[in-house]
Design a protein around this ligand. Structure first.
Ligand SMILES: [Mn+2]
Length: 341
């Protein structure tokens, strides 16, 4: 991570300057943006500030559903903002468009941005930005620590939750991640529990959702001698297991853990004539390029699409495309730790 002494001081100055703060974060919130909002709100309240948390939602992810009551989903009236001694803090959001309708606040108040995406928006009064930070909560932790105060146990719990959700419980971190563990260690010392955090992220699922995953797993079909696995979900499955949570994250984790498998494709029937597709890759295969062929997009390692075509047709086409693309790549390196001599 970068050295942020000056930025942290500027942001702390900004956070002491006004009486009320509106804390905003991106639509389709995740654990990091929710936890960063709550930790910052707690810190500001201890300093005597008034705080309103804003997020348009939806709070669909099972691990954050309980947090929704802390957030307002609509912006205060413009008249309430005029003449008020207020400012906005935008968290975990690289593009104001991702604030949804709440972005209207941005033009009306002084703004600070705290984020770990590469952010291009430049009209902020001050920023704390670091695309090498593993989560936004780490930047909130850095700010609080820089102020000379300790995190409260509740703030530490929020901060560890954000760090763990954005790194898939540290699984996405690589050799250069020592800082993340040093930040995490201080959070545990301040009262956060790795065990409780893990339970909050992965516990509390219904049995029906496990049966549904079993159905998807049973159908997984190897492509290219097992270098990829493809499976699907029908509307009939949805009816049979309703109201099971749709835990595709666990499906991807299980399938990508299969020996030799480095690409997973999942096709979900939406209607008789439409479906969605999701792709995950832990190899050089760029799944965003495949998703674009079906009208979607995403990242090199995680991408998706929605298309007006039957799921059976898309399943067949996706099978062909993945087999062709994988055949062009050099033979796979085994998906296991190398033997040390
Ligand atoms: Mn984040």
């Amino acid at each position: 991570m970068l050295n942020h002494t000056q930025d942290a001081e500027d942001v702390l100055q900004f956070l002491s300057q006004y009486q009320r703060y509106y804390i905003l974060s991106h639509i389709e919130p995740d654990g990091d943006c929710v936890a960063a909002s709550l930790a910052l709100a707690s810190f500001l309240k201890r300093r005597g500030k008034l705080v309103t948390l804003l997020n348009e939602g939806p709070f669909d992810r099972p691990e954050i559903r309980n947090y929704q009551p802390h957030f307002e989903s609509t912006a205060p009236a413009a008249t309430a903002l005029q003449d008020s001694d207020a400012a906005a803090v935008i968290l975990d959001c690289s593009d104001y468009g991702r604030l949804g309708a709440l972005s209207q606040i941005v033009g009306q108040l002084p703004v600070a941005v705290i984020d770990h995406h590469s952010t291009n928006e430049t009209n902020a009064a001050c920023t704390l930005l670091d695309s090498s930070a593993p989560s936004t909560t780490v930047l909130i932790q850095l700010l609080i620590e820089h102020s000379g105060e300790r995190l409260t146990p509740t703030e530490a719990r929020h901060a560890l939750f954000g760090l763990c959700t954005d790194t898939a419980y540290f699984r996405h971190l690589d050799h250069d991640s020592g800082d993340a563990f040093r930040f995490a260690a201080r959070l545990v010392d301040a009262g956060a529990s790795p065990r409780e955090t893990h339970d909050a992220m992965f516990g509390g699922q219904s049995l029906a959702s496990r049966y549904l995953i079993a159905r998807w797993l049973e159908r997984a079909r190897p492509l290219c001698e097992g270098r990829a696995l493809i499976t699907y979900h029908t509307r009939e499955d949805g009816r049979e297991f309703a109201p099971a949570e749709f835990d595709t994250a666990t499906l991807y984790q299980l399938l990508l853990g299969v020996h030799g498998c480095s690409v997973v494709a999942f096709v979900r029937e939406e209607s008789e004539t439409s479906c969605t597709g999701s792709l995950r890759s832990i190899t050089d295969l760029d799944v965003a390029a495949i998703a674009r062929m079906f009208g979607g997009g995403g990242h090199k390692r995680a991408a998706g699409f929605f298309i007006e075509r039957s799921y059976t047709e898309v399943y067949a086409q996706l099978t062909t495309v993945i087999e062709e693309r994988l055949a062009e790549l050099p033979p796979p390196v085994p998906n296991v730790h190398p033997e040390t001599p």
